[in-house]
Design a binder for this molecule. Structure first.
Ligand SMILES: [Zn+2]
Length: 92
């Protein structure tokens, strides 16, 4: 008559199923409807391509340049995104 209570088992299961909650790192834009502009760093000619993101800085594909965190730096020359005039939008 002393079987484990169902409520404690489901509580355990609930805890296990929350393992994805720590992964939300910044905006994730999945829609590929409009073409996102690439930006070039005039200092070193690095091109930020939103379709690829920036692995070095942990930016997933699909993040427009305008929505990069203010702490973002050029992965090549390490210049801050806040340096006005260094990054130029490429229109094609
Ligand atoms: Zn650069």
């Amino acid at each position: 008559m002393c079987h484990p209570s169902v409520s404690s088992l489901s509580a355990l299961f609930k805890r296990k199923s929350t393992h994805l909650s720590g992964i939300s790192a910044g905006p994730v834009i999945m829609q590929q409807t409009k073409k996102l502009a690439r930006w070039v760093c005039l200092e070193c000619a690095y091109i930020y391509d939103p379709a690829k993101g920036d692995k070095k800085n942990g930016i997933p594909p699909g993040v427009p340049f305008e929505e990069l965190p203010r702490t973002w730096r050029c992965p090549e020359c390490n210049l801050s995104i806040e340096k006005i005039g260094i990054f130029k939008r490429l229109d094609d």
